[in-house]
Design a protein around this ligand. Structure first.
Ligand code: 13P
Length: 256
């Protein structure tokens, strides 16, 4: 039985006041009954992790970073390490987001280093994979997603299934309003699960696989009710506390 996870990726949005008021509003809206059934996380910009984390102390809502560097400490101007994330209370970190891959040159090898560094610091990586429209139209979805997975998970152990989370985010569905159909998403999620099974055996059934890309309250129920969809990585709709709370509620009612 996989516990659903809904993570709000705030990307590069909000000033400090905006981030804090979004958290306060979420704390008022999220019903404890839903939070018993669903893991919920928010991922503000690095600068806001610490103050947002303070507001979340003593609540079940988890703090997530949007990226990380793999070294622990040193002359790496502008970077933040897993141990520094842990220090301010992060328990999750997104890696390999398509925006980082396309704008900042993130490679599968870099993602792999980040995954290992995070796991050894006790932080759960949310590993993003997904194809572009061009790749989908060329019939290369499984090739692309398969090799992103192989690259990210090279020499990564999986004993309980909770070491990492996968997020399938088709690039053509991110921020476009064009969501994958539940069947399109399930097809790739099921492929991801079989790839994980080939790598790790039966424990792959415990790994959570999130869907991301234009998730909204009105399309999420049919996604989360698919067998291999275990939650969502939400962009735009996570910036509105009413929409995000509604998505969490749907996960609690319809989730795995
Ligand atoms: P949108 O929900 O805005 O499409 O963003 C998805 C995403 O990239 C989450 O990481």
């Amino acid at each position: 039985m996989r516990r659903p996870l809904v993570c709000g990726n705030w990307k590069m949005h909000n000033d400090l006041r905006g981030s804090l008021s979004l958290v306060k509003s979420l704390l008022l809206r999220l019903d404890p009954v839903w939070l018993d059934k669903v893991d919920v996380a928010v991922a503000p910009v690095f600068l806001h992790l610490s103050p947002v984390g303070k507001l979340l102390e003593g609540t079940p809502i988890l703090l997530c970073a949007q990226d990380v560097f793999w070294e622990r400490e040193g002359a790496f101007t502008g970077e933040v390490s897993p141990y520094m994330l842990r220090d301010v209370g992060c328990s999750l970190c997104i890696v390999g987001h398509s925006e980082r891959r396309s704008y900042f040159g993130e490679t599968d090898e870099g993602v792999n280093r980040k995954v290992k560094a995070l796991i050894s610091e006790g932080i759960t990586p949310i590993i993003c994979v997904g194809e572009t429209l061009e790749e989908r139209e060329a019939g290369r979805v499984f090739d692309v997603v398969g090799s992103q997975l192989d690259g990210a998970l090279k020499n990564v152990e999986c004993c309980t299934g909770n070491e990492f989370v996968i997020a399938y985010e088709p690039v053509w569905a991110i921020g476009t309003g064009r969501v994958a159909t539940p069947e399109e998403a399930q097809e790739v999620h099921s492929f991801i699960r079989s790839r994980l099974e080939a790598m790790y055996g039966g424990v792959a059934r415990e790994v959570r696989i999130l869907y991301g890309g234009s998730v909204k309250p009105d399309n999420f129920a049919s996604l989360i009710s698919q067998e291999d969809i275990d939650g969502a990585l939400v962009g735009g709709a996570s910036l509105k506390s009413d929409a995000f709370s509604e998505i969490v509620k749907i996960a609690a009612l319809e989730g795995c």
